[in-house]
Design a protein. Structure first.
Length: 213
């Protein structure tokens, strides 16, 4: 009975992993196509971000090529991930981060790619403000430097105590040990390290601005 239960759990986890991998490949391909064409830099970024094993490259390439024919029809795959990770927003946040890296791989993020990213994030359950925070972390701001308050997802009128509380929460949520404990793939842990660097830099700027040191 115990062996049967373990086998059932293994099958369920394997099915979940296959569904997740398929959705990630399709979302990546359709996002890259959102600007009208998929270039080599975006394909290379996809391979780098999601660490495709050599033995799976052919199968992944086949699915990627099929999905990149049209940017439309991505919503069901985003909805599938939203259902699978409804209680694990950190997974979806790192996935959005991976999509941002692919989008900017060719040196510019097309407005259609940004619309794709925003809609995907909203399907995942993120608010507009949360999306703007992720956008600022991964793309910077329209000006010379990213708004540190946007990076932390807070308003400028927030108290010093709340700034510290928010910063500590973000560091705790994005710490590699936390993500590894949740069973996240290494590529998402790597993305989180980059995000932590942006969060730390933003907090340093706010500390100096407010004289908190």
């Amino acid at each position: 009975m115990k062996a049967g239960a373990e086998l059932e759990r293994f099958d369920r986890n394997a099915t979940r992993q296959i569904a997740f991998t398929t959705a990630v490949i399709v979302l990546s391909a359709k996002m890259a196509k959102a600007d009208g064409r998929v270039n080599r830099a975006e394909v290379d970024a996809f391979k780098q971000v999601f660490h495709i094993p050599p033995e799976e490259m052919k199968n992944v390439g086949r699915l990627f090529d099929e999905a990149k024919k049209d940017a439309k029809g991505f919503e069901p795959y985003a909805e599938q991930i939203a259902m699978m990770f409804a209680h694990e927003p950190a997974v979806m946040e790192e996935l959005v981060g991976g999509l941002f890296l692919i989008a900017k791989a060719d040196g510019a993020v097309h407005p259609n790619e940004l619309r794709f990213l925003r809609k995907t994030a909203l399907i995942f359950g993120f608010t507009e403000r949360q999306f703007e925070r992720l956008k600022t972390i991964h793309l910077g701001a329209d000006g010379d430097a990213a708004d540190p308050y946007k990076v932390l997802g807070i308003g400028r009128k927030i108290s010093d105590a709340e700034v510290k509380k928010t910063y500590r929460r973000l560091i705790r949520e994005n710490h590699p040990d936390t993500l590894i404990a949740k069973g996240m793939p290494q590529e998402f842990v790597d993305l989180a390290n980059e995000k932590m660097a942006a969060i730390n830099a933003a907090y340093d700027r706010i500390e100096k601005e407010r004289g908190l040191r």
